[in-house]
Design a binder for this molecule. Structure first.
Ligand code: B12
Length: 309
């Protein structure tokens, strides 16, 4: 069945792994141990103890497995925003084909007579690594063979039987032993040589998602994307061949840029404008996006050019 699922979602850039539900108590135990052993900050503690949940939902079907899906995100795009007579070029991530993958998966599962419900509170990276789908990189995100790290995970509980009980130790890619590309390229020093956990309070991705003021210590060189951060993935040798810049540039005229800067919700837009917003995922980060773009515009007015490397 795993092969069938992969057949149905491959054309949308999806990869699936069927994991026995019997692995979850083990994962829960390991995470609890990790929490005791590691010095976590409040945010990390909250994720590990509150956000993650291993409780199975009440369903009309017996839960036997978790379908873990890695969905490729096709790198990034150049976005041209026209504003006050100038053209500002910034980078942005691109949304993956989550909708198409979910429809293909739902159709296949229904045809086969099984069921799924979302399992969105599991620790996806650990699940991917320990079930054999991925390996960790030093940057503390995970790499799927043939896909690299530009991906998002989703998971579903299902009644699909999963006979194989595969579970391995957390592992990091061999190349990370000698390569320090992500450590050296992280503009805020969030990734450490010694430790696999990143300093989430320094990670530009977190700062670029949250609202409020950017901290004083943040170096100019961090700013390059409309939201999130690409630096530790773009420089990674394991992403060679998986870092495609989307060929077309995505443009916004003066009026559209003004509207983008007003922020979300973006549900009042004409179709073509709305599609560009969704493609770029601009609707997902209401807190940070207008501030991030204004900051980039201001820096570019002062002669700064956003760089990926
Ligand atoms: C909170 C969160 C963030 C926070 C904090 C991240 C952090 N690491 O502290 C912020 C906003 C900074 C963030 C940033 C990003 N995130 Co994020 N994030 C999450 C979320 C919701 C929880 C992860 C988390 O913080 N867990 C708690 C902490 C304490 O655990 P951890 O850091 O994962 O640590 C684990 C490992 O260290 C491991 N471990 C333990 N022992 C050992 C030993 C060794 C040797 C190794 C290697 C590992 C290891 O176990 C720990 C516990 O699970 C997950 C979604 C989910 N449900 O899993 C997405 C998730 C991890 N993020 C994801 C992504 C894509 C990103 C970004 C790339 C987005 C971007 N482009 O900017 C960046 C990458 C930053 C980075 N280098 O880590 C993806 C990962 C995809 C992938 N390829 O692996 C996820 C799974 C979301 C998804 N639905 O796909 N993220």
């Amino acid at each position: 069945m795993e092969r069938k699922i992969n057949g149905a979602i491959a054309k949308y850039g999806g990869r699936a792994k069927l994991v026995s539900v019997e692995c979850l108590p083990r994962l829960q135990e390991e995470i609890a141990k990790f929490r005791q052993q590691e010095k976590l900050n409040n945010f990390q503690n909250w994720i590990v103890s509150e956000l993650y949940s291993f409780e199975l939902p009440k369903t009309s079907f017996p839960i036997r497995s978790v379908i873990l899906i890695a969905e490729a995100r096709p790198g990034y795009a150049k976005v041209i925003l026209n504003y006050h007579g100038k053209s500002y070029v910034v980078f942005s991530l691109i949304a993956g084909k989550e909708k198409e993958i979910n429809s293909a998966l739902a159709a296949l599962i229904a045809t086969e007579g099984y069921h799924i419900v979302p399992a969105d509170r599991l620790p996806f990276k650990r699940l991917a690594v320990q079930s054999g789908l991925a390996v960790y990189g030093r940057n503390n995100i995970t790499y799927v063979n043939g896909m690299g790290s530009h991906l998002s995970y989703q998971a579903f509980y299902s009644d699909l039987p999963c006979e194989k009980f595969l579970w391995r130790e957390v592992c990091v890619a061999d190349i990370c032993e000698r390569c320090m590309a992500c450590v050296n390229h992280c503009p805020t020093g969030a990734i450490s040589k010694e430790h696999f956990l990143i300093d989430a309070s320094r990670c530009f991705s977190a700062l670029n998602e949250a609202g409020g003021e950017f901290p004083q210590w943040l170096p100019k060189s961090a700013h390059h994307t409309a939201y999130d951060c690409l630096k530790c993935q773009i420089c990674c040798p394991m992403n060679i061949g998986h870092n495609p810049e989307v060929p077309e540039e995505i443009c916004f005229n003066q009026n559209e840029t003004e509207r983008v800067l007003k922020g979300a919700p973006y549900d009042d837009l004409p179709d073509d404008f709305s599609q560009r917003i969704k493609r770029l995922g601009f609707d997902k980060w209401p807190d940070g996006l207008p501030r991030n773009l204004r900051t980039l515009f201001q820096l570019m007015d002062e002669g700064y050019a956003p760089k990926l490397y």
